[in-house]
Design a protein around this ligand. Sequence first.
Ligand code: ADP
Length: 371
Amino acid sequence: MPFNPSLERILPKSDSRSVLLVEDDDIHFELVNHAAHASPHLNVQIERAVSLGEAFSVIESSPPDIIVLDLGLPESEGLQTLETFLKRGIPIPVIVLTAMANLELGERAIQMGAMDFLGKDEISDRSLARSIRYSIERWKQKTTLDATIADLERFGNAAAHDLVSPLNAIQGFTRLIEIGLENTEVSKDIHECLHLLEVSSQRAADLVTDLHKFAKLGRHSISREETDLSELIEEVESSLQPMIGEHEGSLVVGSLPKLNLDRGLFVHVFQNLISNGLKYHRKGTPPIVAIDSCTVDGRHVINVRDNGIGISPSDRQRIFAPFERVKIDKAVDGTGIGLSICKRIIEAHDGVIWVESEVGRGSAFNFYINE
Ligand code: ADP
């Protein structure tokens, strides 16, 4: 007799799972209920709720292992149903169910936080078993990952704080020693060493702070609001006043649009780009940084131009990667993280940043975002 084992005999039945099926339509409820009980790969008890309100009371009294949520309910339709449900922050995996499989809708549901997506026209005992069992496994992995990220975040916050405080103390005490030694007979070397100590501790503190900013960026979702870039630049300009004065530089601001973006994050973008324009100036040439915009293919392209040292073609790509600095600029203070932060922020807004430059004449950093 040919060896032809059926899958039913190979795959063990899963442990018993409780499923809450949120479905107001009797026929569709029966369809899913029947598929679930017909599957040799599922061992489930199904409870039913016919509205979101009823689902919330069932979950409160006896939380299920998984929820299968129809998007068309008496209170709401489509992804709005999922959004209302997810807003409650219920820590239970959700599979979304809709009248017809629609890839775009499914993709959006997964981006919002659903574990899987099933069209009613594709429900069978197999597809349902697969979806329920895989979703529960995905959920376990997501929960472990979330806990690990939260631990790392706590560690990062503590490390950033605990490293920066002693570095600030070193800097402060070095300054005090320097003041104490003023007008005393101490060799030039000692003054030089104290100065280096102060500069190095400041560099280390900047590096920790920038690294912390960079790491945090990847974890937080952006929150957009309509922002008048002219107003935002005014704010950035006043925060950079000491640096502008120190370099005897000037800012020229052209006409800028209103864009839908995360205001707080774009303060960082402009601070980085403008302060680079001031820092990387040519010796003997006061820096001028011009901020302007133009429209290309219906998109606002923002440019931050300077009359500084410029960037050679071989360096233009790599400076956007973390810790990349151009060798000749090592004398200028910096950690090599600023542009990578700008790139991350702009990409989080579905945008692109690039640089055009001529060595010895200046650079133009350009970007656009998708709103
Ligand atoms: P940092 O300025 O802290 O070194 P960034 O990531 O902001 O770090 O910049 C990376 C490198 O790109 C800089 O070290 C510098 O070599 C180069 N760079 C950035 N902006 C400019 C500019 N406007 N003109 C010339 N070089 C620049």
